[in-house]
Design a protein around this ligand. Structure first.
Ligand code: GLU
Length: 277
């Protein structure tokens, strides 16, 4: 049975892009009599607000995208994510890092690895192998030692994307990624992988902007012994200038489109016509 999920972060009102993503996941499940699940990715207490969760559930309901079972609210499961981190730490796969963004930029510039415009800086590994006295630092993060983790993997890591086909995973794509911070004790990558497994998701549908994350998710699934779902990375809803919609653009929220008299079918139609691959 196909199980899909919609996994919004409640940092603002849902907009056309979310309507497209949620309908995409819903249709993929329902076309084959499967299940469509809802997950609220609210691990960041600063950016996420419970009132946005209430509104997004109401919007989904109005759109007719009824989810199966109880929604999974990530902020209620921090102990579980922490237990996964403890496992990885015990295996010697995580190390603490005290670098600031500025430190990373300076080190990358020094070694000639400055990212091009729009690229994310790859962590140069400054704190790997250091013995740090963490009691001296107010802020630090836990990074995955990707090189060491890859030594544990026997066969080539691949994933199956419905449009791109079988793809060889390159988990080093972001360098040693952050899996937890002192103030947010779990990261998107860890929680997403853990919950796709825990919710029994068989087909992950999400925007093409998250394609690169799948490389690292494959490694985490392997390290934590989770099943690998299939993937579809879909196009993104864009404005008339071809740019991605932003949460602060009020005109395209489901709320305002609804207030302007559009019905759910018209909203899905508009979203579908604004998708860029
Ligand atoms: N919470 C993510 C977002 O709102 C979605 C992550 C995912 O689908 O894996 O962009």
């Amino acid at each position: 049975m196909i199980v899909t999920r919609f996994a919004p972060s409640p940092t603002g009102y849902l907009h056309l892009g979310h309507a497209f993503a949620a309908k995409f996941a819903y249709d993929k499940a329902k076309e084959s009599g499967g299940r469509f699940l809802l997950r609220i990715e609210d691990i960041d207490p600063v950016r996420c607000k419970p009132e946005f969760t209430d509104v997004l559930m109401e919007d989904l309901d109005w759109l007719g995208l009824h989810w199966d079972g109880e929604p999974l609210i990530q902020s209620e499961h921090m102990d579980y994510y922490d237990s996964l981190l403890t496992r990885l730490k015990a295996e010697g796969l995580l190390y603490p890092c005290v670098c600031t963004r500025k430190d990373i930029e300076a080190e990358n510039a020094r070694i000639g690895h400055a990212p091009h415009a729009g690229e994310t800086a790859v962590y140069p590994g400054t704190c790997r192998g250091k013995r740090l006295d963490l009691s001296r630092y107010d802020r630090y993060s836990w990074r995955l030692d990707v090189g060491k983790a890859m030594e544990r993997i026997d066969s080539p890591l691949t994933f199956c994307d419905e449009t791109q086909g079988e793809t060889l995973a390159n988990p080093a794509i972001f360098g040693d990624i952050v899996l937890a911070r002192k103030d947010t004790p779990a990261s998107y990558h860890l929680c997403s992988v853990a919950d796709d497994a825990r919710q029994g998701v068989t087909l992950v549908t999400r925007g093409i902007d998250l394609f690169d994350s799948t490389h690292i998710h494959r490694l985490l699934q392997e390290l934590l012994g989770f099943n690998t779902p299939k993937y579809v990375h879909h196009g993104l809803v864009c404005n008339e200038n071809g740019q991605r919609l932003e949460k602060r653009n009020k005109a395209v929220t489901i709320r305002s489109l609804r207030e302007n008299g559009l019905n759910p079918d018209e909203i899905f139609d508009l979203a579908g016509r604004s998708v860029k691959i």
